[in-house]
Write a protein that binds this ligand. Structure first.
Ligand SMILES: CC(C)(COP(=O)(O)OP(=O)(O)OC[C@H]1O[C@@H](n2cnc3c(N)ncnc32)[C@H](O)[C@@H]1OP(=O)(O)O)[C@@H](O)C(=O)NCCC(=O)NCCS
Length: 177
């Protein structure tokens, strides 16, 4: 589906296909180098395009999780995933989400569109709470989440340790639908 961005351009939000595997691997690796807010050190993501193809096809066949890519100007520039935290009946009201957009494309409105996509998926699956973890000084992401009504429910102190031996806390946030 096509959406208008703040700069007047359009973005296509769609599910990935196996042929996107190389592009997806490339943006994950690139994003790890661009920001400290993600889980991995640069170079730590070492999935091959062939492995990613399998991963994509597994997700496409799993009704408890979904994945959306953002295509801008013919190129995949971001993606998000949403899925049940666990498959057991007692947990099926809870989902978590993750987002990554290449730095060059931040601030255009893509994150907001992807979040709405995840929320719509959750409502469709009768999920009643969405949870996520975000590094405490990731102001941009926190402001996006708060604008959707996410509330901070706790903090994991020193959740990540960087290569220079500094730490970052992680805020746990939740949106009740
Ligand atoms: C967090 C991220 C997904 C946001 O995506 P985005 O496309 O840049 O966000 P949007 O353009 O849709 O902006 C959404 C909101 O974020 C906030 N925001 C965007 N840019 C901001 C900035 N420079 N400073 C503060 N808040 C900002 C605003 O609340 C904005 O709302 P508005 O549209 O009403 O102004 C993106 O910055 C990203 O991929 N960052 C690196 C990876 C990451 O941090 N992922 C999240 C891990 S929890």
């Amino acid at each position: 589906m096509e959406y208008k961005l703040k700069n007047g351009q359009t973005v296509i939000i769609r599910k990935p296909v196996v042929d996107d595997a190389e592009a997806v691997v490339n943006i994950i690796s690139a994003a790890d180098k661009e920001t400290n807010f993600l889980a991995r050190n640069p170079g730590e993501f070492c999935i091959t395009a062939d492995e990613e193809k399998v991963f994509i096809s597994n997700i496409l066949n799993d009704s408890d999780t979904d994945w959306f890519v953002a295509e801008y100007d013919g190129k995949i520039v971001g993606h998000c995933s949403v899925g049940l935290v666990r498959k057991y009946e007692r947990y099926r009201h809870r989902a978590d989400v993750t987002f990554v957009i290449l730095k060059k494309y931040w601030g255009l409105g893509i994150g907001r569109i992807l979040m709405q996509q995840c929320i719509d998926w959750c409502r469709d699956k009768n999920v009643t709470q969405i949870e996520l973890g975000v590094i405490s000084d990731n102001k941009c992401a926190i402001s996006l989440y708060e604008s959707f009504g996410f509330k901070t429910i706790g903090t994991v102190p020193k959740a990540m340790k960087y290569q220079d031996n500094t730490f970052a806390d992680e805020k746990l946030m939740m949106l009740e639908l």
